[in-house]
Design a protein around this ligand. Structure first.
Ligand code: NAD
Ligand code: DAU
Length: 338
């Protein structure tokens, strides 16, 4: 099997490529990535090998000629495109939405047109943020039939991309699946995101930063569990379907932050409250029953504290990967007062 992985130099894509190459000797991978501020070759080091199973192409998904050329190398019977590439940080989207429109909407349109021309299988990676927020005391969680109610420029462009995929399936019979996953954590996540920001703040002598009250709830899943679900959906899922991916990992931000502080031998109350994010979604929560019941998928990383400890250890051991990104990320936060 040959895979074209867009955004494979980013957090989730790089972990996906690493596990596929390690676990599936019959699969080769081409990564297409623009290497924006969020994607680095260093996330893929060690994968170049004489057997030619891995290749990185630096390029943009909005480049229609490049997309067609890469998809033309794939066999519609056996191969697939896995589409991770996107602008992904909510705070960046609030400051400047334009790149989100371009990569997430025009980019997904360009991917769709390339796979439509060759009848190649597509898996589109999306987010639970398309469903908007839940109240803290609401018993309901998001399901495949929840209405789209995106709140931010990021989530609305991801919602737009999902709708494009749905309509290409319906109108053109495209062989595509969609997954909407909750908040990922693990190695190679950019230091702008919540968990790596706190870990690397403490490692560089800065203070941990909590937005607003910290009562906001996210539904955490280890990146390897997200990626094992993506593989199951790609290989065994029903074409045309949406699957929600989550691991029953709801936690409020304050308790996640305090766990990080404790695991890193700091006083759990030693953090700064900073200005809240405008339009901050209160809670996300995924009901993953369809994925579990239909495809038999189960998460492996069910001990969140153990997963956090491993993630902290990874950032301790890989300062050379994140240090070049840290100053610029914190300069942006300083400018926003967060
Ligand atoms: P990331 O920001 O770490 O990586 C995104 C990658 O896409 C980067 O390597 C970047 O260079 C590349 N990219 C961006 N625009 C591009 C373009 N126009 N052309 C080519 N490459 C481009 O993101 P991530 O956290 O790994 O997220 C990957 C996907 O998963 C996204 O679609 C995101 O919406 C989705 N998702 C993320 C999470 C999460 O918690 N991080 C949860 C659910 C879904
Ligand atoms: O739900 C899936 C989504 O999760 C993905 O689609 C997005 O790409 C990904 O970035 C993530 O979005 P969030 O906005 O939930 O993640 P972030 O890491 O930015 O923030 C997590 C929570 O922590 C959120 O409630 C804001 C809060 N926060 C964040 C930062 C950076 C803080 O309290 N302090 C911080 O310093």
């Amino acid at each position: 099997m040959r895979l074209l992985v867009t955004g494979g130099a980013g957090f989730i894509g790089a972990n996906f490529v690493r596990s596929i190459l390690a676990q599936r000797p019959d699969t080769s991978v081409t990564v297409l990535d623009a290497l924006t501020y969020a994607g680095t070759r260093e996330s893929l080091t060690g994968l170049d090998s004489p057997d030619g199973r891995f290749r990185l192409v630096q390029g943009d998904i909005t480049d229609a000629a490049l997309m067609s050329e890469l998809v033309a190398n794939l066999d519609p019977e056996t191969d697939a495109v896995v589409h991770f590439a996107a602008e992904t940080h909510v705070d960046n989207a609030l400051a400047d939405p334009e790149p989100f429109l371009r990569s997430n909407v025009i980019g997904t349109f360009t991917v769709l047109e390339a796979v439509r021309a060759r009848r190649v299988r597509l898996h589109h990676v999306s987010t639970d943020e398309v469903y908007g927020e839940l109240a803290l005391d609401e018993p309901r969680r998001f399901t495949e039939t929840s209405a789209y109610r995106p709140s931010s420029p990021y989530s609305s462009t991801k919602a737009a991309a999902d709708l494009l995929v749905h309509s290409w399936v319906r109108s053109y019979g495209l062989h595509a699946t969609i997954s909407n996953c909750s908040n990922n954590y693990g190695p190679y996540q950019h230091v702008e995101k919540f968990i790596p920001r706190q870990i690397t703040n403490l490692l560089t002598g800065r203070r941990a930063k909590l937005y607003g009250s910290g009562a906001h709830v996210r539904d955490w899943i280890h990146v390897d569990d997200h990626n094992s679900a993506v593989w199951q959906i790609m290989t065994r899922g029903h074409v045309g379907r949406t699957y929600l991916i989550g691991a029953d990992g709801e936690r409020d931000n304050r308790s996640v932050l305090q766990t990080i502080l404790r695991l890193m031998d700091h006083d759990p109350d030693d953090f700064d409250h900073v200005a809240d994010r405008p339009g901050h979604d209160l809670r996300y929560a995924i009901d993953p029953s369809a994925l579990r019941n239909e495809l038999g998928w189960t998460p492996q990383h069910t001990d969140f504290e153990a997963g956090l400890r491993d993630t902290i250890d990874w950032y301790r051991a890989n300062e050379s990967w994140w240090a070049p990104l840290k100053e610029a990320a914190e300069a942006r936060y300083t400018a926003w007062g967060r």
